[in-house]
Design a protein around this ligand. Structure first.
Ligand SMILES: NC(=O)c1ccc[n+]([C@@H]2O[C@H](COP(=O)([O-])OP(=O)(O)OC[C@H]3O[C@@H](n4cnc5c(N)ncnc54)[C@H](OP(=O)(O)O)[C@@H]3O)[C@@H](O)[C@H]2O)c1
Length: 253
């Protein structure tokens, strides 16, 4: 389905990003795998997909540094001859007991990586796609934007900003044949979920989720893939919530 497409997945070394890389590769895309630090994991992933490294390559860059992002995009476009798909999955979680416990670093990191990092990548991708017939962008937000709590404000607000940006970019660049959508996962089985939930809290949360389970990274990858297909050709500026119904909770009386 994605044969001959070139996709860049930020935060593709682990967790949800890794599952997205695997799915897009399986669907025929050539995949550029970005990570910040875990180059070994990313290298193993690329090798497991394509020993010849023709259709899967690793690009180390901190998405919060625009100069590194620019260099990464230039390299990807040089190596693969273009770019059709960007999935902004790089992100970090911030979770404290209370809003009063948040440090300046918590605020800065969440906004720099989750919001500005996604923004820099969107701009670089759009600069290319606009002049080369269009493209497709999916930004990873979180269902926590619907039920934020004090100790996660920088995280949930930075991810709410990602949804806002998704809508703005979809509006401006639709005429250039660029679709921009978002996926908002609920708790998903990765390293990050351990930061937000103790095992006891996770158990309690699962009991409250209508589907009585948390997502697997593959569930999120499936939603991303859908948005990249022609089945979603009329969708832009939208956010798909993949959380087993957890965010319906705020509707309870
Ligand atoms: N897991 C959940 O429950 C959940 C729920 C809702 C939304 N999300 C969102 O889904 C995305 C993936 O989360 P995950 O659970 O898969 O997390 P994860 O397992 O902790 O993986 C995070 C990924 O982001 C990369 N990354 C972090 N900071 C970066 C930076 N400055 N520059 C480039 N890459 C960076 C990491 O690279 P390194 O390996 O090099 O550190 C890693 O590949 C995040 O945006 C997260 O907010 C997750």
């Amino acid at each position: 389905m994605l044969k001959s497409k070139v996709a860049l997945v930020t935060g593709g070394s682990r967790g949800i990003g890794k599952a997205i890389v695997e799915r897009l590769y399986k669907e025929g895309a050539s995949v550029a795998i970005n990570c910040a630090n875990s180059t070994d994991d990313a290298g193993k992933l690329a090798f497991s997909l394509d020993e010849s490294e023709e259709r899967a390559k690793v690009y180390q860059a901190n998405v919060a540094a625009w100069s590194e992002v620019k260099t990464m995009f230039q390299q990807v476009i040089n190596d693969f001859g273009g770019l059709d798909i960007l999935v902004n999955c790089a992100g970090l979680g911030i979770s404290r007991d209370s809003a009063l416990a948040l440090s300046q670093q918590d605020w800065d990191l969440a906004v720099d990586v989750n919001f500005k990092g996604s923004g820099y990548c969107c701009i670089e991708a759009i600069n290319w796609m606009k002049n080369h017939g269009g493209g497709n962008i999916v930004n990873i937000s979180t269902s926590a934007i619907f039920a934020p709590r004090g100790g996660t404000i920088p995280y949930s607000a930075s991810k709410a900003a990602v949804v806002n940006m998704t809508r703005a970019l979809a509006w401006e660049f639709g005429p250039d044949h660029i679709r921009v959508n978002a996926v908002a996962p609920g708790p998903t089985e990765t390293d990050m979920v351990k930061m937000f939930f103790t095992p006891e809290r996770l158990e309690k949360t699962i009991r409250e989720i209508p589907l009585r389970k948390i997502a697997r990274p593959e569930d999120i990858a499936g939603a991303v893939f859908y948005l990249l297909t022609t089945d979603a050709a009329m969708m832009t500026g939208q956010t798909l919530v993949i959380d087993g119904g957890r965010s319906l909770r705020h509707l309870e009386s």
